[in-house]
Design a protein around this ligand. Sequence first.
Ligand SMILES: [Mg+2]
Length: 338
Amino acid sequence: MCALFPASKPRRAEERARALDVPRLLPTFPLRRRVPVKPLSGEGPRARFCAWIGFFRAAVRAASSLIPSARGAPAVDMVGFAVPAEVSVLLLDIEGTTTPIAFVKDTLFSYIKDNIREYLRAHWEEEECQEDVGLLRKQAEEDAHMDGVVPIPLETRDGEEEVERIIQAVIDNVHWQMSLDRKTTALKQLQGHIWRAAYENGRLKGEFFDDVVPAVRKWREAGMKVYIYSSGSVEAQKLFFGNSTEGDICELFDGHFDTKIGPKVDSESYQRIAASIGCSTSNILFLTDVTREADAAEEVDMHVAIVVRPGNAGLTDDEKSYYRLITSFNELFLPSST
Ligand SMILES: [Mg+2]
């Protein structure tokens, strides 16, 4: 059963805490679960909210012990909420929100490791592939001071043996960079080209949680705009949605943003996104699995909800209390459907 939040969300932590009154807390807070109030560290909306919530929880526990009807009240899961009426845009993260983190960590990265040799052999004579190798060679020169770096020699002779020697160096360099989880342009560029070939020949398909595509279709039918904001490049996003287990679903999205607009943990990025869409930040609801991203968006008055999916990083009790949580896109209730 879903506990619906108030339709209009008090965005500032103090306003939200002020808006919570005891009669509403009694049926919605899990009275049977005693959550320790943690000492506060740092400042900011979440810390202030936690101070308020700790006070209210203590008050509710005390009150519930005095009110016979409240003692047996069932705990209600705090999931799902009514989307505020001012929201007309949904902004979606991908990894951990629309798609299992394992798809990126396991499927995509494993594909590179398993298929890089075949890709390099097939595309070695192409200009784009030689540019990628040149960029990796330059990066290796810059990395010369690092432990374990694998240099990529120049081709000095003709023949298959020489090509295989260079290919092996490229493979070893890529494996070394991936083992360190590096995000160099050289590495990302070659990875992007390998994934593009895999999507185009059908060996890779974008994956989503089951609720995602039906919910996005429903939102669009209700007149909402839907955008993507991911650290993967816009090109990679379009390949992902254009070659998915659900077919080409690019038409479901009004636009894409990547970190060219700014880091996902920087508030200004969310202001730029709103300006680019042509709306106010308060007209946007951002769905993500990462609380730091949610904080950045909320800082500039964007509505946020944390998406809790299998395989995502766990949340602290304070985070569970502070953020609006959903475990499925079906737990969002548009104004027209509530
Ligand atoms: Mg994510």
